[in-house]
Ligand binder design. Structure first.
Ligand SMILES: NC(=O)c1ccc[n+]([C@@H]2O[C@H](COP(=O)([O-])OP(=O)(O)OC[C@H]3O[C@@H](n4cnc5c(N)ncnc54)[C@H](O)[C@@H]3O)[C@@H](O)[C@H]2O)c1
Length: 347
């Protein structure tokens, strides 16, 4: 039976893909986003446009522009719609930028999440609900919560008490807050810890995008620790598969890694990108910042057993798909915009 799902952060990289996957299987999606200009909001609007262009049923997707930090806005949404599940992806999501603006990171990632949890358990409704208003709450957490752990691969039983940046601390706080709402109100809450997600619509501050920019536009990109870092690159379609499985399975309270479970040396990831693009990135050797972990490596046995999760896209294949998109959206898009500008200038 089709479900009605609230996606926060729907205009972003992961949110727009989750929305399309849910719509493709016949669910209804209410998506909210405040189009925060951490990166170009035009990229986010283009994501929304792509969702809308591919709808089979025009009424199956509703986009609401607004801020999860505004409790009245959040309350109004829950008063107007009934949701089977909430997929909470809206966040300030940059690790290093969280150092310059920790208050904003905590406001959005902790207080914003709190507003959604309050609404999800019915505290916002005029008649106090006796049980949660939504059957399932899926929260986007991150591999960054593992910090400098010595337990490799990263396993969910790790205490995660040493986050290296305000971003990671805010996500760990939200995971823990989810437990309280599960304990007090019986809310099903699953925190999914995503590991370095990449693919079409990728955020421009993420490494795959920066390397592509460096290859095609000769931009400099810092290379930490001479590329001697491991990242568990996970292709967006695999993450979406895990998110959909989590939506469909209320599990009480769980924290689950979603990675590929096969870390790749950063230098090797860049080499594969360069090989596929047929050019060289302009890398600037830079010491590793204090916010960075030398390793990310997901133990995905819990995801396999609880969600039947099975990553399928190899890094080589993922890079190919990412670069295809980069050519289509970024390079061709810029060329077309330039042509438009020239034409209107001529006229
Ligand atoms: N991309 C990754 O590799 C990765 C890894 C780990 C965790 N995550 C988490 O996954 C989620 C999605 O990440 P993404 O890469 O798609 O990032 P993104 O920045 O592309 O998407 C997040 C969206 O949230 C929106 N948003 C921010 N503040 C908001 C607010 N106050 N109210 C409403 N909307 C708001 C933004 O406008 C943006 O569109 C985030 O929670 C992030 O922390 C991502």
């Amino acid at each position: 039976m089709s479900k009605q799902i609230l996606i926060t952060g729907v205009a972003g990289f992961i949110g727009s893909h989750v929305a399309q996957a849910l719509l493709a299987r016949g669910d209804m999606v209410v998506g909210l986003d405040n189009l925060y200009p951490y990166y170009d909001p035009a990229q986010k609007l283009a994501n929304i446009l792509e969702i809308e262009e591919n709808l089979h049923d025009a009424d199956s997707f509703i986009f609401l522009e607004g801020d999860i930090c505004d409790p009245l806005f959040v309350e109004r949404i829950f008063a107007e719609y009934q949701f089977d599940a909430v997929v909470h992806l809206a966040a300030m999501a940059g690790i290093r930028s969280s150092i310059t603006n920790p208050a904003l990171y905590f406001k959005v990632n902790v207080n914003g999440t709190l507003n959604l949890l309050e609404a999800a358990v019915g505290k916002a409704s005029p008649v106090h609900a006796t049980r949660p208003m939504v059957r399932n709450f899926v929260f986007a957490s991150t591999s960054s919560v593992y910090g400098p752990t010595k337990q490799i691969p990263f396993v969910e039983t790790d205490p995660c008490t040493q986050p290296l940046a305000p971003y990671a601390a805010s996500k760990r706080a939200a995971e823990i807050m989810g437990y309280t709402y599960h304990h007090l109100y019986g809310l099903n809450f699953t925190a999914l810890r995503f590991f370095t997600v990449y693919g079409p619509r990728s955020r421009p501050d993420m490494l795959a995008y920066k390397i592509a920019e460096s290859i095609y536009k000769r931009r400099e990109v810092p290379l930490f620790n001479n590329g001697k870092m491991y990242r568990d690159w996970t292709y967006i379609d695999d993450i979406v598969q895990g998110v959909l499985a989590a939506i469909d399975r209320p599990l009480g309270y769980e924290i689950i890694n979603l990675g590929r479970g096969e870390p790749v040396l950063l230098a090797e990831f860049i080499r594969l990108l360069e090989q596929e693009a047929g050019g060289k990135a302009h890398l600037v050797p830079t010491p590793m910042p204090d916010t960075e972990m030398p390793y990310t490596y997901a133990d995905i046995s819990k995801a396999r057993s609880l969600l039947d999760y099975q990553p399928t896209i190899s890094v080589a294949d993922g890079i190919r798909r990412f670069l295809d998109w980069y050519h289509q959206r970024v390079i061709r898009g810029e060329r077309e915009a330039l042509l438009q500008k020239c034409k209107s200038g001529i006229r």
